[in-house]
Structures are given as structure tokens and as C-alpha cells.
Design a binder for this molecule. Sequence first.
Ligand code: ZN
Length: 139
Amino acid sequence: MYDITRIKGWPMPVLNELNQPHFDAMGEGKVLVQHCPDCDTWLAPGAFVCENCGSTAITWRQASGRGEIYSYVVMHRSFDPAFEGLVPYNVCLIELEEGPRLLANVVGIANDRLAVGQPVRAVFETAGEGLPLLKFAPA
Ligand code: ZN
């Protein structure tokens, strides 16, 4: 078992300056991602340098919350005890309309109805002890 902080059994993200604003914004019902003002490129959280121009002048910006399924898998086996009661569950790579791709669950649709290109919108749920979670639902 890996060493990770848990609250009520749920694994918690390791927060740092490269991702904390993203997680904090979930509690406010916002999708906050990084943005490079030097070349106007949107970036997925965790970037310390712009993948397009190499600038380190990264800022945070609110995204629309709209996007589409870029890829997905359906997990039929849990690799963490916290998720054993959830299988089968999906893990989707969502491409936001601004460009960055985020991993998230898509809810409100059967796993066998998921499709690449499915339009989705951000929804917010809670897990563990009130941990806000960004998920997506069909748009
Ligand atoms: Zn840039």
C-alpha cells in the first residue's frame, strides 16, 4: 500500500502550489486551471512551465467547465480499498473547450454509453469528509 493521507478511507490529493488553487476552486463550484499569459495557452493544473512557450509566468484562470470526453476507461477492479464499492466506475480524460485535459469521473450516464466526443459539463460532488470533487456529466 502506498503512503498517502486519507480521510475516512478516501485518499487525499497531495496539495502544493501547482494544484491547490484547482482543488480549492472545486469547493466554490469552479473549474480553475492554469494559463500562460505570454502565449494565451491554457494548461492543466500541475504545470510549472508553459508547455507551449516555456514561460514560467503561469497564472490561474476559471475555465468554462464545458468539454468533451477525449478518452476513457471503465475500472472493473479496484486498486485502492476506497474504491472497492464503486466498481465498475469510469475514469475519463476530459478535454476542456479551452484545451487542457483533466482526469475525472463522468456521472449521470451508464458506463456502456460513454463515448469519445461526448459533450460534458462540470458538476461538483463531495467525497470523504466533505472533499469537493470535480466530475462531469453529459451536457
Ligand atoms: Zn506560453
